[in-house]
Design a protein around this ligand. Structure first.
Ligand SMILES: C[S@@+](CC[C@H](N)C(=O)[O-])C[C@H]1O[C@@H](n2cnc3c(N)ncnc32)[C@H](O)[C@@H]1O
Length: 289
């Protein structure tokens, strides 16, 4: 537990004692992170901030968190680095697989019909982390005899995340062989190849997934509407107002009849009831106006 006033990590935390970290520093950092990324940092996260920021302080040659607070308050590039350091990027291929089953059973054939009638299909993995979610969707969307036809059609998946290192990993499309076990075997055989001890996502899929850095709290430079949006396991870090505002904005960007998938512990508030109807476990469809 942090005490008010200047405290030494040596006595308060299992740190190196090299840095000075006070409750006031923690409060300033949590206010900044909330204002810029929507992420709520309760007091239990005080040590997480300490451990993730010490590397950043060292890189800047600083010994005191209050100096670093001043730096991230005034320097937006360093603030981005600090916010990224606090994100949790855990993900895996076909995470919460019931969403991909729903997509395969209820959504894919409609989208293929749209592609056949020369319309385009747009999907968005809106907190994509390192890309596993977007590539799972791409594999699911193209898992059929029609793969070639689909890949030649106007289909695109936008994958966005706040963390630049996640975007870089997604663009690379190379993952450790341990994560291969999360991909159904026929899909892994069709869409991945080995590179050393890792595997690489097939270029044809990498070409339909477009990665961009995007903070969901900022204005979105996106005009199009999406047939499918995944926004999973990011709202858990946000406060209620941020979640609700985000869900309304996502719904604005859904095509009528489009599908929204959210994380297993996330909920849609009642103010969205006239816009989104539940069609499965944490799965929603935008109602026609
Ligand atoms: C736990 S991961 C979830 C990844 C994937 N959606 C899944 O369910 O497996 C949460 C991701 O949200 C991103 N994130 C956190 N705050 C964000 C924000 N304000 N805007 C965009 N992405 C954010 C983090 O960088 C992280 O990669």
């Amino acid at each position: 537990m942090l005490n008010p006033g200047r405290v030494s990590p040596k006595t308060e935390f299992p740190g190196t004692g090299e840095f000075v970290y006070t409750q006031a520093d923690f409060e300033m950092i949590s206010t900044l992170i909330h204002a810029h990324a929507g992420i709520v940092m309760p007091r239990e996260k005080a040590m997480l901030i300490f451990s993730r920021f010490t590397k950043l302080l060292r890189a800047q040659g600083l010994r005191s968190f209050s100096d670093y607070v001043e730096m991230i308050r005034t320097n937006s590039a360093e603030r981005k680095i600090a916010i990224e350091a606090l994100t949790t990027n855990h993900t895996n291929f076909f995470r919460e697989s019931h969403h991909f089953d729903h997509f395969e059973e209820q959504v894919r054939s409609t989208l293929i019909d749209e592609l056949r009638s020369k319309q385009r299909v747009r999907m968005w993995s809106s907190a994509s982390s390192s890309g596993e979610e977007a590539y799972s969707l791409a594999m699911m969307g193209t898992n059929s005899q029609l793969a070639r036809q689909i890949l030649d059609a106007d289909i695109a998946i936008l994958a966005t995340d706040l963390a630049q290192h996640c975007i870089d990993a997604g663009i690379k499309g190379e993952y450790s062989s341990a994560s291969l076990r999360d991909i159904p075997k026929p899909l892994a055989e069709m869409w991945t190849s080995n590179v050393g001890s890792n595997f690489l996502i097939d270029k044809r899929l990498r070409d339909i997934v477009r990665f961009r850095r995007l903070n969901l709290l900022d204005p979105w430079p996106i005009k199009q509407k999406f047939d499918v949006i995944f926004c999973r396991n990011v709202m858990i870090y946000f406060d209620d107002v941020t979640k609700e505002t985000l869900l309304h904005r996502l719904t604005d960007h859904l095509a009528e009849g489009g599908y929204l998938y959210i994380g297993h512990s996330e909920r849609v508030p009642s103010t969205l009831a006239s816009r989104l109807v539940s069609v499965g476990q944490t799965t929603f469809r935008k109602v026609s106006a």
